[in-house]
Design a binder for this molecule. Structure first.
Ligand SMILES: Nc1ncnc2c1ncn2[C@@H]1O[C@H](COP(=O)(O)OP(=O)(O)OP(=O)(O)O)[C@@H](O)[C@H]1O
Ligand SMILES: [Mg+2]
Length: 230
């Protein structure tokens, strides 16, 4: 077995509001090998998005350890975390979050410039990525001139611009019809090989869930009254 690129040990995550404590992750262990696809499954409210946000260092956790591509997230300060977010992870969400005033090509290239890539290189890489997602002929279209499925493919190309070893996708087909979902499924399935990355995919879509090499089932969201207060 290869060395895991993601490894969580004894992970605890709770949310508190008033006297309620919501146990999202309760001593959870998780690991994923480089180049694989893992699907994160579980009912609404079970903590799938929260878990993905923890892996991408957008959300803190209570205790345990999370190692992602050699970064021990529990020990990092904010400055190192922002380097981690820029270099190690690419995010794709249910909503595309493309900038309406920029073309598809500019949307893909922008996080490249922001990470310090020379303009010509960012442009070239963005063109290659649009090719990879099958949208070379839409490079100069604005988001309003693209279909929902095309916008999501641009969002995937954008997530790849800084060559992240890990892509975190949260219900990327959530807003799409069956035909666009099917296209996105085949793109996501070949992503690890085509873009030399590892994919963690949250999905409710049973068809999309089939592309996982492994899966992680969340049952969290259990609410207990806390000891304090009540
Ligand atoms: N910042 C927060 N403070 C308090 N509770 C929160 C916070 N963020 C999320 N929660 C709660 O934690 C639980 C898990 O939320 P999360 O968004 O991770 O679920 P999910 O599995 O992604 O659900 P869905 O499938 O509906 O997207 C939910 O009950 C939610 O209300
Ligand atoms: Mg969610």
């Amino acid at each position: 077995m290869n060395e895991p690129i993601i490894e969580c040990r004894d992970l605890i995550k709770t949310f508190s509001s008033g006297a309620e404590v919501l146990h999202i992750l309760d001593h959870a262990d998780f690991s994923l090998e480089k180049g694989k696809i893992c699907t994160i499954l579980g009912p609404s409210g079970s903590g799938k998005s929260t878990f993905l946000a923890i892996l991408g260092s957008l959300e803190r956790f209570d205790s345990g350890s999370v190692r992602v591509d050699g970064y021990e997230l529990q020990t990092l300060q904010e400055k190192s975390l922002s380097v981690f977010r820029r270099k190690v992870v690419g995010f794709v969400f249910q909503f595309h979050f493309l900038l309406g005033d920029f073309s598809a090509l500019e949307n893909v290239a922008l996080p490249g410039y922001m990470a310090g890539l020379p303009r010509a290189d960012a442009w070239k890489r963005a063109t290659q990525l649009l090719d990879l997602v099958g949208l070379r002929n839409r490079a100069h279209h604005y988001p309003s001139q693209l279909s929902g499925g095309e916008r999501q493919r641009v969002a995937i190309a954008r997530a790849l611009i800084n060559e992240p070893p890990i892509v975190l996708a949260d219900e990327p087909t959530g807003n799409l019809d069956a035909a666009s979902s099917e296209e996105l499924r085949s793109l996501l399935q070949r992503l690890p090989e085509a873009a030399k990355t590892t994919l963690v995919l949250v999905t409710h879509d049973s068809e999309l869930a089939t592309i996982g090499d492994t899966s992680f089932l969340l049952k969290g969201g259990i609410s207990n009254a806390s000891d304090k207060g009540s």
